[in-house]
Design a protein around this ligand. Structure first.
Ligand SMILES: [Zn+2]
Length: 291
């Protein structure tokens, strides 16, 4: 069983207090676990999410349960007013729109979804079949992109798995086991010798983002995000970099069964690497239509 994973802001140092039945351990890049949520710095904000801001219809009850995904809401630090609950449901509806785009094999690994209203800066957690998403103070595009990144971890840890009989690999996670026959290793090994060391001669251009350089697991999730949300750009970047080419090819052949996603309207500077995929512009309307 493999756990982990946050996609936090640069300042994220705590992990939200999560319901015990669904709790995930702190991510390796995080600091101390905060046992109880802080309420002192949180100011309720209700104005930034309105149905009229979105091209989508508000759907109060999603069909997640029809796909075997259990959902829950968690409100930290504020009274769960009608407005707060409405926005959590709105958040769920946006994620449902995105969820339908993923291949069935990826969707089936997701078992639990929690939608949070929290003062915590951490925007998402994913692993072991569960994803937690922060729903307040976030645009529809960023929320969707965080979800895509976390789905990358779900696929990495759930769809792809090895067997203990093969023995431990060099890609060691302190909380889990990556066995030598784990198909993810064909991806990890493009840039990484181990969980901590890249190959000699590696450069930032071998990665889709700076955050992807954190470790092989973030590399996987960031690359997965780029493949789905910035497909055209990724393909272009991959055409002039051997390691990126191998990563694109891995996603195409091994993860998406040959399907490509050329749905990005926005040109990124391909010579520069952004810190984090989830803050980059993409067309949400095109993405949710790419089913
Ligand atoms: Zn991550």
């Amino acid at each position: 069983m493999r756990y982990i994973f946050l996609i936090g802001s640069l300042l994220a140092i705590v992990v939200p207090s999560l319901a015990s039945a669904h709790s995930l351990p702190a991510a390796r890049t995080g600091g101390a676990i905060q046992a109880t949520p802080s309420t002192s710095t949180f100011v309720e904000e209700t104005a930034h999410i309105k149905p009229s801001d979105s091209p989508f219809t508000f759907v109060p009850l999603s069909d997640f349960k029809n796909f075997g995904v259990s959902t829950s809401y968690r409100v930290e630090g504020v009274f769960p007013s009608d407005s707060v609950m409405y926005q959590l449901k709105y958040c769920e509806s946006r994620i449902y729109d995105a969820y339908r785009v993923f291949p069935a094999a990826h969707r089936s690994e997701l078992k639990r979804l929690m939608f949070l209203w929290t003062a915590n800066t951490q925007r998402g957690l994913g692993g072991d079949g569960a994803i937690h998403l922060k729903c307040n103070d976030i645009s529809d595009e960023e929320l969707t992109s965080v979800f895509v990144h976390e789905m990358g971890h779900i696929v990495d840890t759930g769809v792809l798995g090895g067997h203990s009989a093969a023995g431990m690999s060099a890609y060691v996670d302190p909380r889990s086991s990556v066995f030598k026959d784990d198909p993810s290793i064909d991806f990890y090994s493009v840039s990484w010798r181990s969980a901590k060391a890249v190959h000699k001669g590696s450069t930032a251009n071998d990665f889709v983002t700076i955050y992807g350089m954190s470790n092989p697991f973030e590399d996987f999730a960031e690359t997965y995000n780029f493949y789905l949300l910035h497909g055209s750009q990724f393909k272009f970047m991959a055409s002039s970099n051997k390691r990126l080419g191998a990563k694109y090819d891995y996603m195409k052949r091994r993860i998406f069964d040959g399907k490509e996603f050329a749905n990005n309207d926005f040109k990124l500077n391909s010579k520069r690497r952004n810190y984090d995929s989830t803050l980059l512009p993409f067309s949400l309307a095109n993405f949710v239509k790419s089913v």
